[in-house]
Design a binder for this molecule. Sequence first.
Ligand code: TRP
Length: 350
Amino acid sequence: MPAPTAASPVEAGLERQIARDPGAFRILTGDRPTGPLHIGHYFGTLANRVRLQRAGVELIVLIADYQALTDRAATTRLPEEVLGLVADYLAAGVDPERATIFAHSQVAALNQLLLPFLSLVSVAEIGRNPTVKDEMAAAGSSAMSGLMFAYPVHQAADILACRANLVPVGKDQLPHLELTRVIARRFNERYSPGSPFFTEPQPLLSSAPMLAGLDGRKMGKSLGNSVPLRASADETARLVAKATTDPDRRITYDPRRRPEVSTLVLIAALCRGEAPEAIADAIGGGGAAALKAVVTEALNDRFAPIRARRREVAADPGYLRAVLEAGNEQARMTADSTLNAVLRLMHTRY
Ligand code: TRP
């Protein structure tokens, strides 16, 4: 896949550096195991991860299972969700020979880093993080778990334990990354002045357009308004058939005035690698039914190989577990070495 148009001059510069020297970069990116990955994840981040891996960047993919516990108590479905994510990654093209897939609950040293990191930030600073603030507003500070409060600091531990220097993110994750950079900087100032231990990781902002859900709301893993990667061709047709449209039979791409129809046009355009305007023009006055037929076919064509690969790997849970265990082991080695250095620099080795 060609490099996407850069989100900004900073991203364009980073893309040039990556093309020149991919081996200088280590990427960490992750997902919460709260449901199957869908086409929004694919076009928003998964495809980009695979592109960077193929360009020769070291890719580490984190399954943030402790983050799934920030706002829910039930853990019985976690094994299924976690292995489901591994299958989604492999199907999308993450190559376990080159990349690392791990679950952060399985890497003790990563989680231990949370404690010294918590000592580097104030309660007020964490409270200003937009995700924490939103949760606080939604749940109230009396209902919010302490783990939810610590969420951005835990994410810093994910990134810094792996010594990642590049984090592909959507805009919503930028404040977490900024806090990670603050923690890295403060650790360096306090415990390794003169020769900084942590590199401040850089965000790689995605240029992919945000896909809205098929009902016009935000696309969500558990809202039933997306198309999961693993959906069958028939399920895809049913999901697209339910999508919200409008009565104007002439199909146009006009995200501001016709958000629902434009979401469908955009999905077909992303699947086919064509401009949304060209897709809309080709449908012309065919109305919502023609649009939905085009979208269904585009999705089913585009994702057929990914779905076939997913069926293959999902049929072998032993293989999925082996991939994850090898990734966990790799992550343990990296995080152990980071924690050892941190303990040494903090004078806490006795
Ligand atoms: N917070 C991210 C999300 O909700 C998942 C995540 C956890 C992550 N740790 C990370 C992403 C580290 C990038 C780097 O999607």
